[in-house]
Design a protein around this ligand. Sequence first.
Ligand SMILES: Nc1ncnc2c1ncn2[C@@H]1O[C@H](COP(=O)(O)OP(=O)(O)OP(=O)(O)O)[C@@H](O)[C@H]1O
Length: 340
Amino acid sequence: MTTLRPTAAKARGAIEFAAVTKRFTGGAVAVDALDLRIAAGSYVCLLGPSGCGKTTTLRLLAGHELPTTGDILLDNVPIVGLPPARRGTAMMFQSYALFPHLSVLDNVAFSLRMRGVGKVERHAKAHEALRLVEMDTYSARLPAQLSGGQQQRVALARALVTNPATLLLDEPLSALDPFLRGRVRAELKRFQRELQISFVHVTHSQDEALALADHVVLMRAGRIEQQGTPEEIFDRPRTAFVARFMGGHNVFARPDGSLIAVRSNRTHIADHGQPATVTGVEYTGTGFGVTLAGSGAEEFTVALTEAALHARPVAPGDAVHLAWDEADIRPLADSTAAGH
Ligand SMILES: Nc1ncnc2c1ncn2[C@@H]1O[C@H](COP(=O)(O)OP(=O)(O)OP(=O)(O)O)[C@@H](O)[C@H]1O
């Protein structure tokens, strides 16, 4: 019997999208000539605004959609011609997708039953998957008799029971309250490390992507706007879109029309510099967030420590200047002429 935990230290789940385009009938191009390589055993977050093609990318990998053109490989095997159950992928659905009338054990064993696996073997594998997520003692319960976090772990066991090389997760944390979200997030990361398979996780949340991913892929209109480690994406935004989407940055236009990004916590309120008017001051718990309006339609934010605000108080309506250090400038590839 195959085991869910790797015996040898061999990572699985290397993914390659080669020039993949998905055009839906009616003409919408959801994924546009996507080239993407994901290393085996890595945690990848697909991030981007609504409609940018994240879910379609995941569904192409799962086999729930077929590409219009291009190839997809999993561990060097072309998978486009394979049905979802034979691809080596598994999708983790929201915990509310558990069958309410089936026990935890039967929920987890369900996909094996669909594949014609005999009762003894499927129960053995379901118990193993439940042990992995520390839920085996609950195997006789119904989903309604579990907490939200426990249901989420059962949903994870249900996806892992087929021993996939890559686990696909579409907004897995969005239905959870903030406390549980943090806990389940930490567990997902731990399971991914232990299993040494790749996780491809679709999210709207910048924080989630930064906290979880080894590799962040930020999409825009069916293409990759920027990809890299969380630090690279956050600290070295390539375009104004990335700086704005990731948040925590201000985008300033220089007199020559070029754009730069400066982190909100490196933007200072000063005597000279870019003129701006304070529009709000909010306590954030770790300090204060000051929002400001520029001369045009621009909006800026400055993150101040409590000490900095008290040393130089500001209030809505104040006319101030914004300044930054040379070392904190991140030049952006686009310019005001590009229409941002
Ligand atoms: N079955 C479909 N038929 C036609 N167009 C579709 C279909 N599914 C998605 N699209 C379109 O493809 C584009 C990408 O959709 P997709 O669901 O991949 O985006 P997303 O980034 O996951 O968005 P969200 O964050 O809102 O879920 C959108 O413009 C969407 O309207």
